[in-house]
Design a protein around this ligand. Structure first.
Ligand code: KG4
Ligand code: ZN
Length: 349
């Protein structure tokens, strides 16, 4: 048997500094993630300048730890992979410069990897290969989009959010309910004690069979429910809430908001499966850790007779294992990059 192909992955597109070593695209030998959550929590969101500086401080140590935990030496590596798009430009540049320096010093190929496509690949980590064609829903703090995937690297956009990302809506509603940052896990927890039918928040589905998403109306509906409609009563509704919500009311709002997001994601996923004819459903990105979404996706996949591929919880949020894993498929196809590889804030390829 030939020796495994090891790839070092580096990820710094948002607020996690991460490095990982993955063998043959799926076997995770190490996955180190240095979170910056505490640095950004007091601002209620990621502050790009703070993120870039924190990446610079952490990146060397994170890469060293990933190599050490995998028991890998630079000589053992087949390539160095790095997120080159999309993300915060200052953050992306830190990982990209580190990866370029190492690829050059160690004479290894450099492979730029799209962060969103890597989320769509994450269910293959420490698991069986994904059966293609697949419909992939990537929902995170920065992205909410549906793709048709014919292989790990052949990906076509079907629809995406026209305003907020699903994770962003979770973070904003959590902040409104004073549940802390990041909001997704906090809402998930609070919702367990609440009634998802307590408040009938809107499900924005857009026209016809659209596969695009919109979450800003839902966010405003939660705001009005909690703080009251500016200038008066809600048409046909209860008088606006004034005092702080009781813990039971917070749980009900969290559960009802979460149910509205999950309904929209489920309905769009069903449309995409019907339109594309794919028999595999892939879900990735931070919001794929949501317990209600995971449960709804299981029921949907069963109804449609599709195979459902969810990432392990450790690979839902940002990590570098998904970058190294997807890079293996680029390497196999002979796609590597030069040291002139640039970072891009938006999706280019
Ligand atoms: O994939 P990720 O780490 O970063 C981006 O690429 O954006 O996703 C982070 C997002 C945050 O908005 C966070 O609130 C959300 O994922 N998230 C969740 C859960 N865990 C993380 N949203 C809902 N339920 C969760 N359990
Ligand atoms: Zn992400």
């Amino acid at each position: 048997m030939s020796s495994p192909r090891l790839i070092l992955g580096v990820e710094s597109s948002c607020d996690e500094t991460a490095a990982a070593v993955v063998a043959d695209g799926r076997e995770v030998r190490s996955s180190v993630v240095a979170s910056q959550i505490e640095l950004h929590a007091r601002y209620g969101g990621v502050v790009p300048e703070i993120a870039s500086r924190a990446h610079i401080e952490a990146i060397d140590t994170v890469i060293e730890r990933a190599l050490a935990q995998a028991g890998a030496r630079p000589d053992d590596l087949a390539a160095v992979a790095v997120t080159d798009e999309p993300g915060l430009i200052g953050s992306l540049l830190v990982g990209l410069m580190a990866a370029k320096a190492l690829a050059w010093a160690w004479s290894k190929p450099l492979i730029g990897v799209n962060h969103v496509y890597a989320h769509a690949y994450s269910p293959a980590l420490d698991a069986e290969p994904i059966d293609y064609p697949a419909v992939a829903l990537v929902c995170s703090g920065g992205h909410t989009a549906l793709y048709r995937c014919d292989s790990p690297t052949e990906i076509q956009l079907l629809g995406s959010t026209i305003d907020d990302a699903a994770g962003e809506a979770f973070d904003k509603v959590a902040s409104l309910l004073e549940l802390g940052y990041p909001g997704g896990p906090a809402i998930d927890r609070a919702a367990r004690e609440g009634d998802p039918a307590a408040v009938d928040f809107p499900r924005t589905l857009l026209k016809g069979q659209s596969l695009d998403f919109s979450f800003s109306g839902l966010k405003t509906a939660v705001l009005y429910h909690v703080r009251g409609v500016p200038g008066g009563r809600r048409p046909g509704g209860d008088p606006p809430q004034r005092g702080p919500l009781t813990p039971a009311e917070v749980a009900d709002v969290a559960a009802s908001f979460q149910a509205a997001v999950v309904d929209v994601l489920r309905i769009k996923l069903r449309r995409a499966v019907r339109q594309s004819g794919a028999r595999t459903i892939v879900i990735g990105g931070g919001v794929s850790a949501n317990s209600a979404l995971r449960a709804a996706a299981r029921t949907l996949a069963e109804k449609l007779g599709c195979e459902l591929r969810l990432p392990e919880l450790a690979y839902c949020v940002d990590n570098a294992a998904m970058i190294a894993g997807l890079a293996d498929h680029h390497l196999r196809a002979g796609r590597t990059d030069g040291l002139d590889l640039a970072a891009h804030p938006t999706v280019r390829r």
